[in-house]
Unconditional design. Structure first.
Length: 99
């Protein structure tokens, strides 16, 4: 049996105490979704609800920052390639309806 090696280090273990700067977009989105789901269950002690709300707000801000950075990078790549960035407004369900 051969073992695959990777040139990158393994992803850090993601927990509630993982610093936001260490979270990838996917990890932050998953953490945000779990936080929202737990808040939606209701019946939480006030301290827990406040802690979750605070974490959720921080995760939302982190996600928005990562998306803004990604958008800027795409715009720079398109500009560097000499193209213009055309935007198309598409409703989320429109893509499925056309298939």
């Amino acid at each position: 049996m051969t073992e695959r090696t990777s040139s990158t280090s393994p992803a850090p273990t993601v927990g509630a105490d993982t610093p936001l700067e260490q979270l990838s977009f996917d990890d932050a989105l998953t953490a945000f979704q779990r936080t929202v789901a737990e808040l939606e269950t209701g019946g939480l002690p006030l301290e827990r609800a406040l802690a979750l709300f605070e974490r959720g707000t921080a995760l939302h801000e982190h996600l928005a920052k990562l998306l803004t950075e990604a958008e800027l990078k795409v715009q720079q790549l398109v500009t560097r390639a000499g193209g213009a960035l055309d935007t198309i407004d598409v409703a989320p369900d429109a893509a499925r309806d056309t298939e």
